[in-house]
Design a protein around this ligand. Structure first.
Ligand code: AKB
Length: 328
């Protein structure tokens, strides 16, 4: 792997960043299709390629190019990048915090970093609140502080942040990384995450009227509406190099507890009942994560500002789930 990192031809011209050709790996997860939809509006349908190892739904195929890509298969990934003249890559192929697997995640990450360096790509890798641990400052967690996560998920995220930053400083890789809060979207829950309850509670509120929460009622975590997450990602990818004083930024929108989100949902659905049955694995993980993110640097450097607070998030989620149900 290292030899390939050393093999970048420094005389090759930097690709135009105004008309990028974008490949999204892990494109069928919680974030890929929504991001592709917005990027296609900016840059043209055929300039954004979604990829995954799963079979897409027909509507995904109708909305733009989709290819099979196993990120573990370096040669095939390289073929895709070269044949499609890719200039930006968004690496969404990942597992979540409550799923204890790291080898594959690291192998995938090394492949995409390697490929990005070899082909002068701008590469986006998501990190998360999970990259912090019990010894990090929690309220708020700044961009730069002690990071000693106790989950393998967190350890592999810190590894990603550090590898990307290393390759940026040593070889000029255009590595960009945002630490996402828990992302709330209708097309969820993502599965295997510690923040999944905050998606499930909306579906339960509208179906059975009862949600059993695996976290304690007072567990506060940073969260974000998916639209803000997509917009942050795109604005960050579009930001000129000279504006970035960091390569890994926290982005914040709101922080809430299960009890607070339930209260807000009750303003629309007064009969919502929530019972609490904390699961020790996910509760321990949540207790080691920040309760709030400090995103001062993202705001200053590239103008980040969230638009959804808890109130707007709740009304939008309830409206979108109802709308989705009537269309199904
Ligand atoms: C998870 O809960 O694992 C993710 C995350 C915050 O990284 N949503």
């Amino acid at each position: 792997q290292m030899s390939r990192w050393n093999s970048r031809d420094s005389s090759s011209p930097l690709p135009s960043q105004n008309n990028p050709r974008i490949l999204i790996t892990g494109g069928l997860g919680q974030l890929g299709t929504g991001l592709a939809q917005i990027l296609r509006k900016h840059y043209g349908k055929d300039n954004v390629i979604l990829s995954d190892i799963k079979k897409p739904q027909p509507h995904v195929l109708e909305s733009g190019p989709f290819v099979y890509a196993d990120v573990l298969d370096y040669k095939h990934l390289r073929e895709l990048v070269v044949n499609n003249r890719i200039t930006w890559m968004v690496h969404y192929s990942a597992l979540l915090s409550a799923v204890g697997e790291a080898n594959m995640a690291l192998a995938r990450l090394h492949n995409v970093l390697d490929l990005a360096l070899e082909n002068c790509l701008r590469i986006f890798v998501p990190s998360t609140i999970g990259a912090f641990g019990p010894s990090s400052p929690r309220d708020p967690a700044p961009d730069l502080c002690v990071q000693r996560p106790r989950t393998i998920y967190g350890v592999s995220k810190v590894h990603g942040e550090l590898m990307g930053e290393y390759l940026h400083h040593k070889y000029g890789l255009d590595f960009r990384c945002l630490r996402y809060p828990g992302v709330i979207s209708v097309n969820g829950p993502p599965g295997g995450g510690t923040t999944d309850y905050a998606v499930q509670i909306f579906h339960d509120a509208l179906s059975t009227g009862h949600h059993e929460c695996y976290l304690r009622p007072d567990t506060r975590l940073p969260m974000m509406h998916i639209s803000d997450c997509h917009r942050a990602t795109i604005e960050f990818m579009q930001a000129p190099d000279c504006q970035l004083s960091l390569r890994t930024y926290n982005i914040a929108a709101m922080s809430f507890t299960p009890e607070e989100v339930a209260q807000e949902i009750r303003k629309h659905l007064p009969h919502l009942k929530v019972t609490y049955n904390p699961d020790s694995v996910r509760q321990n993980i949540a207790d080691s994560w920040p309760v709030r993110f400090d995103d001062t640097n993202a705001r200053r450097d590239w103008g980040w500002a969230a638009t959804y607070a808890l109130e707007e998030l709740v009304s939008d989620m309830l409206r979108s789930i109802r709308e989705k149900r009537t269309n199904e």
